[in-house]
Design a protein around this ligand. Structure first.
Ligand code: FAD
Length: 478
């Protein structure tokens, strides 16, 4: 086998594997290097997303929601259940099965598309040479006209709560807890903290989230964030804002170990809480360890991300970088889109990523989803806008499903009516927000959405009604 490729991708997360497949589809001779290995020492594709991120967290969210629904929520439909039990090891095993199936699927896709897989650590040397150190320690040298760096990100650790993978865990450890902890602490009430906190809250843990920021979900539209906060608090999540963790101490032995967390509360007073498990979810940082030789020509920015321009070109000719390891939201679909665009650019096409329209979802129940500008951003930009809001309480379909919490909010330009953003907390928010994202890609006005016929009765009608409300025409609100 030749060691010369048109494209070598380092990393097979959702950014890297998608780039590799698209490059191969375009007729480019492509290799993908991946260092992840399973407990048996075999190479595994899929990165954070498939192994310890998007997919396993959603598997646990879905299992835990079904348990909660069967236990507490079906009575209103006239369905009685008793002795509903959760078998945590079975739940975790189901999740592992899904991960195995999906990560194995990538190997199948690589084969079908003619992508050559290398398992080991890839290091970029000068002149687009990639040195691969296999899991067996053997080193081989590959080269390519183009190299795509897609090495992803890892959780941020904080010295005040060092992860011991026992009592103090990160998001990866939180996907492997084998029994429901009585008291669960979560440092960070962001997307991952809320999702993982929800899983264990539904299964019976008393969950306390300690968040340093004064605003809940500060990056989201604040009207939606406030509504989400109300709903999640009602579900039992104890969300404490403006709380800064200053220390932690693990005591006890074996299964009796606990951690005492010290923090200053919103009034500046020192507090202590004892937990059986503590999840540290304070963000993720770009991962470039052992990736770049000193003379490879790739620069990092001041925050440690690989520096790229709008087209994902690095400072070294023919070297590109995509996904979590570069600026922009750390989301799987953002990385995948960058992967497609870079592969197409390498093949001579003129693709671009529209960074203005990237949906963002929190998979709590109900989901919280957004796309485009928030009301706060429009205010700060001095952009004139109109707002349309439609509550799910006024949706017949939401009532039928007993899912009336939340609302759809659409923001449109005051002069042109062009849709600038959509923010939803409510049932199927992730799928509903996508309808507005499509409309935004086509430069739709709120009136265009309002004039589209939506099936009845659907949750989607809330999107239509919110769009109508932008111009004061909603039918089903007084
Ligand atoms: P990664 O998925 O991190 O993949 C990078 C890959 O590169 C890894 O496999 C790594 O082993 C490999 N690698 C690194 N260095 C080298 C090297 N030198 N040689 C060879 N291989 C190397 N995002 C969403 O959009 N939706 C969600 O619902 C969602 N849920 C999440 C839940 C959790 C708990 C977590 C932790 C994350 C979640 N994310 C979610 C974020 C998502 O997982 C990331 O945005 C996504 O995985 C980034 O993709 P990537 O390809 O850039 O990097």
């Amino acid at each position: 086998m030749s060691d010369k490729f048109d494209v070598i991708v380092i990393g097979s997360g959702p950014a890297g594997y998608v780039a590799a497949i698209r490059a191969a589809q375009l007729g480019l001779k492509t290799a993908c290097v991946e260092k992840w290995k399973n407990a048996e020492g075999q190479g595994v594709n899929g990165g954070t997303c498939l192994n310890v991120g998007c997919i396993p967290s959603k598997a646990l969210l879905d299992s835990s929601y079904k348990y909660h629904e069967a236990k507490d929520d079906l009575g209103i439909h006239g369905i009685s259940t008793k002795d509903v039990k959760i078998d945590v090891p079975s739940m975790i095993a189901r999740k592992a099965g899904i991960v195995k199936q999906l990560t194995g699927g990538i190997a199948g896709l690589f084969k079908a598309n003619g992508v050559t897989s290398f398992y080991g650590t890839g290091k970029l040397l000068a002149n687009r040479v990639v040195e691969v150190t296999g899991h067996d320690g053997k080193v081989q040298s590959l080269s390519a006209d183009n190299v795509i760096l897609a090495s992803g990100s890892i959780p941020v650790n904080i010295p005040v709560a060092p992860v011991d993978n026992d009592v103090i865990i990160d998001s990866t450890g939180a996907l492997e807890i084998d029994a429901v902890p009585e008291r669960l602490g979560v440092i960070g009430a962001g997307v991952i903290g809320l999702e993982l906190g929800s899983v264990w809250n539904r299964l019976g843990s008393k969950v306390v989230l300690l968040e340093a920021m004064p605003n809940f979900l500060a990056m989201m539209d604040q009207q939606i964030a406030k509504e989400a906060s109300k709903i999640l608090t009602k579900q039992g999540l104890d969300i404490r804002l403006n709380c800064r963790v200053t220390g932690s101490e693990v005591t006890g032995k074996g299964k009796k170990k606990t951690v005492t967390v010290t923090f200053t509360d919103a009034d500046g007073k020192e507090q202590k809480e004892v937990f059986d498990k503590l999840i540290v979810c304070v963000g993720r940082r770009p991962f470039t360890q052992n990736l770049l030789a000193a003379d490879c020509g790739v620069n990092l920015d001041e925050r440690g991300f690989i520096y790229v321009n709008d087209l994902c070109s690095t400072s070294a000719p023919g070297v590109w970088a995509i996904g979590d390891v570069v600026r922009g939201p750390m989301l799987a679909h953002k990385g995948s889109e960058e992967g497609v665009v870079v592969a197409e650019r390498i093949a001579g096409q003129k693709a671009i990523v529209n960074y203005d329209i990237i949906p963002n979802v929190i998979y709590t129940h109900p989901e919280v989803a957004s796309v485009g500008k928030t009301e706060e951003q429009l205010k700060a930009d001095g952009e004139p806008y109109n707002v349309g809001v439609f509550p799910f309480a006024a949706s017949g379909r939401a009532m039928a499903a007993n899912e009336t919490a939340g609302m759809v909010k659409i923001l449109a330009h005051a002069d042109t009516d062009r849709v600038l953003g959509a923010h939803i907390v409510g049932p199927s928010a992730a799928d509903l927000v996508q309808q507005v994202a499509i409309a935004m890609e086509f430069g739709s006005s709120a009136e265009d959405i309002g004039m589209t016929i939506f099936g009845h009765p659907t949750l989607s009608e809330a999107v239509k009604e919110a769009a109508l409300a932008v111009n004061g025409h909603a039918i089903h609100i007084a």
